[in-house]
Write a protein that binds this ligand. Structure first.
Ligand code: G3P
Length: 218
């Protein structure tokens, strides 16, 4: 089954999405923390984890492997639900290789824009490979094709690394990610709302209720 994550650091959005009963996890990043107006990475991540009780990504801010490893050690100790987001750079790969050897070494490899990057993070032991579909499209690349190619490569060689479709901008990205076989799709709250709404559903419901009122005489 494809899992559905929310791409946010906003506690209220997490609360609402969890109440809908369809949410499996949450991804955050420093920009999302900034938008949520929080500088307390630990408190925010733990609050989210307590609400969703599923995987929650918290990103490192170091650029060197040593710093990333030190941050990951701390982040991963916060909760069994938390995984550490590491960027796909040379330093990031070195850090992933080391962290993946730990018993709690849950890694979300982030900022992936090509199948070769996905292949490398899978080799380095990442749990999830976050493919930035929307940002690829913005750059004139075909983001969904990268999801399809990564799926094919991971399947062909049996890599356990999960394909995570990120940087989702609209519902067509969700549909295409599902069709391409993404294991996980992380969506902003606005896209989650678009996924459930249809004016035809609203109009249809209104008509059903109006007709019922006619026969029931209320
Ligand atoms: O979580 C990372 C990713 O989803 C970022 O998306 O919209 O900033 O490109 P965006």
């Amino acid at each position: 089954m494809a899992l559905l994550f929310l791409d946010t650091a906003n506690i209220e959005e997490v609360r609402q999405a969890v109440a809908w009963g369809v949410l499996d996890g949450v991804t955050t990043n420093p920009t999302l923390m900034m938008r949520a107006g929080t500088a307390d990475l630990k408190a925010t991540t733990l609050e989210i984890a307590e609400i969703v009780r599923g995987p929650v990504s918290a990103e490192v801010i170091s650029a060197d492997a040593e710093g990333m490893i030190a941050e990951a050690r701390e982040i991963l100790a916060w909760s069994e639900f938390v995984n550490v987001k590491i960027p796909c750079t040379v330093e990031g790969l070195k850090a992933m290789r080391e962290i993946s050897r730990w018993p709690n070494g849950r890694i979300n490899a982030t900022l992936i824009f090509s199948p070769t990057q996905a292949y490398l993070v899978a080799k380095a032991g990442a749990t999830y490979a976050s493919l930035f579909v929307g940002r690829m499209d913005d750059a004139g690349l075909d983001g969904m094709e990268v999801v399809r190619q990564t799926r094919e490569i991971f399947d062909q060689y049996g890599f356990p690394c999960k394909v995570l479709a990120a940087s989702i901008r609209h519902t067509a990205h969700v549909v295409e990610s599902l069709r391409a076989g993404a294991d996980i799709i992380t969506v902003p709250f606005a896209v989650l709302q678009q996924m459930v709404r249809s004016p035809f559903t609203d109009a249809g419901l209104e008509r059903f209720l109006a007709d019922w009122r006619k026969v029931a005489g209320s």
